[in-house]
Design a protein around this ligand. Sequence first.
Ligand SMILES: [Zn+2]
Ligand SMILES: [Zn+2]
Ligand SMILES: [Zn+2]
Length: 387
Amino acid sequence: MEKPIVSDYGANYGTINPVYGSPAAAMAAAPATSIHGPSAPPANMFDTVPGYEGTIAGGGGGYLPPPPPSVPMPVPEQGPSSPNWQIPSISEDQARESFAMYVSSKCCYSSDPVKEGVITNMESFNTYRYRLETFIESRSTEWSQEPYTGQPVDAGVQPAPGPWQIAAQPPAFFQEHKQTIKVPYTSSVKNCHLCLGMGRNPCTTCAGSGNKVCWVCNGSGFRRSDDRCMHCNGRGRENCSSCNGNGSCQCNTCHGKRQLLVFINLIVKWSTGKDEFIAQDSSGLRVENLGKVSGKELFKDAQYMVYPVRGFPDVSVGQASERLVRDHQVKYTQTSRILQQRQTIELIPITKVNYMWKGKPYVYYVYGNEFKVSADDYPATCCCSVM
Ligand SMILES: [Zn+2]
Ligand SMILES: [Zn+2]
Ligand SMILES: [Zn+2]
């Protein structure tokens, strides 16, 4: 092994810095970063690792495109061609009951139209919700560091495996999860850039002097006329409590170890991308209402990659399926690997109820498995104004 494992990353780093004996010099020589908190390490702290050139500290380098599959992609299987579907309808009693519950949930609504209203007509409408979910794995890398306490140092021992060659344990399909893996053969040891390898930084409270002006005598050493200040024994200064009078504090970055293990982390993320389409219906119910309810599942298909739904009675559903399957493939194969897809078609029942109250016609809708009600023209929305 010719490559040194411990390497320096700049002429000014890692030199012995004898400033802590002299408070004024410590301030002058202290790097700005140790006063204003940790900042990004210098770029030359990181070696070049083949296959990881775009990796930056703290992440943010974007997701890494997966290599093209070495085996041909499986051809999606055709789903069942004719799902068994039927339009459920609700009874008048069910409609009335749902209506009554809706009205009683509104504190100001009068229940008179519910009790006295006469249902004149009930119409069943049905609409479909198509949903496509794509479960993907994405990978990104970032340079990371931790205090060096004797961990294995393996940079350059052999070439690092590519980001997509590293084995990760995926969760169950459609479960969100994240795993962080230290990339093998990228770990090296560097002097800590924040304390310049000293393990300690000048105390920011006392500016490295270890003491500060006595708060009792304000630095004079005396109280009133000639009484010596008891708090500071006449010194005029007292020990800094932040650093216990040392003038310096343990470095937060290396935890006083003086050296850092610097390595590449691989971040593997599993997530689900979801898109929906709701078919237009002629009931007059606003479509945004339907986002809150569930329907009857007519069709479900889950496999590695789904094939667009064909031959569904509502043509717009088939078109949406074709479009979304294509969109997902374009969107997700660039930066991730598709592990599983799932598509469903739900039938969302909608019943339009026409009723008469005090000689005038009104309408309400009962929809979804939950029998939710929408009644935009409810005639008694304020109990006090009902005659
Ligand atoms: Zn201090
Ligand atoms: Zn004092
Ligand atoms: Zn340090």
